[in-house]
Design a protein around this ligand. Structure first.
Ligand code: SAH
Length: 303
């Protein structure tokens, strides 16, 4: 049960929010905060999980951190203490008075009241940190996990690592091995830019309100360059998407039926043969290297 907030009570937030789990409840109660489903609001209330996120992000006082969705500022407080500075992007302006209180005295934090999907990440990082890479740390809103992660990776902004709380199911897809049912376009897209690592699985009772699904903390360490040489990146990702669009189909049919690809069955068969694979294989058996070879082969056909 939420405890009634009594007028005249001392500011609840003089100390870190997670020093006492009741603090979170008190502050939500004090400001009569209503959760917005469309903003994926599940606030972290477990200090051990918070510690795990902060330590796996390997933050030093030299670091600038981009936090997405600070919420009531739980993780922001910890980031502020560990890092040189924190830039937090939050969409929900109802959180303004709360963050004003919870982040009072945390002077190295700047909040941008924006939709992260509309922020030019490259520009923001350059403005805030010059050419120095930043680290992204967040408990992400789950309704936009994939576009946020892919947007960060494709921005080509100087980012060192991305340490985020996401749905367990998405974490498993990101870290999947070829040939498993979790392996797909997301696995390949993320692995092209970064090396993923699942730090921990986190149960729903570590949040208020509890999410309907299990969660996981993943750390993506960005690569200096992609692990494969690709002549045409756009073609590579079109081929990957087409291969997983129709999971039960063979690779030949998947690629032949894709509306944005224009290869003859003959060329597709030859490309698959060039990998030393059987004609009837399915996309989920190919590694990133094999997709790269396939795409380079077909790219030469296109010229
Ligand atoms: N970091 C906090 C809150 C996580 S909940 C904690 O761990 O307790 C997700 C947060 O992302 C919420 O604060 C929500 O308002 C915010 N959010 C949702 N969509 C967003 C968007 N498009 N851009 C920026 N922030 C967003």
């Amino acid at each position: 049960m939420l405890r009634e907030y009594r007028a005249g009570e001392e500011s609840v937030m003089k100390k870190a929010l997670l020093e006492n789990p009741q603090n979170t409840i008190d502050v939500l109660q004090k400001y009569q905060f209503t959760f917005h489903k469309r903003f994926g609001q599940n606030f972290l209330i477990d200090p051990h999980v918070l510690d795990k996120i902060i330590s796996s992000a390997e933050i030093t006082k030299e670091d600038a951190i981009l936090e997405i969705g600070p919420g009531i500022g739980t993780m922001t407080q910890a980031l502020s203490e560990a890092a040189g500075k924190v830039i937090a992007v939050e969409i929900d302006r109802h959180l303004m008075p709360i963050l004003k209180e919870t982040l009072e005295g945390y002077d190295n934090v700047r909040i941008l009241w924006e939709d992260i999907l509309k922020v030019d990440i490259g520009k923001l990082v350059r403005e805030e940190n010059g050419d120095q890479p930043i680290k992204v740390v967040a408990n992400l809103p789950y309704n936009i996990t994939t576009p946020v992660i892919l947007g960060l990776l494709r921005s080509h902004a100087p980012i060192n690592s991305i340490t985020v709380m996401i749905q367990e199911e998405v974490a498993d897809r990101i870290a999947a091995k070829a040939g498993t049912k979790e392996y797909g376009a997301l696995t390949l897209a993320v692995n092209y830019y970064a090396v993923p690592y699942i730090v921990a699985y986190v149960p729903p009772n570590c949040f208020i309100p509890r999410p309907k699904v299990g969660s996981a903390v993943v750390r993506l360490t960005l690569r200096e360059k992609p692990p494969v040489a690709v002549d045409n990146e756009e073609l590579l990702f079109s081929i990957i998407r087409a291969s997983f669009n129709q999971r039960r189909k063979t690779l030949v049919n998947g690629l032949y039926n894709a509306s944005n690809l224009n290869f003859s069955k003959e060329d597709i068969r030859k490309a698959i043969k060039s990998l030393g694979k059987e004609e009837g294989i399915r996309g989920e058996t190919l590694s990133l290297e094999e997709f790269a070879d396939l795409s380079n082969y077909l790219n030469r056909k296109e010229e």
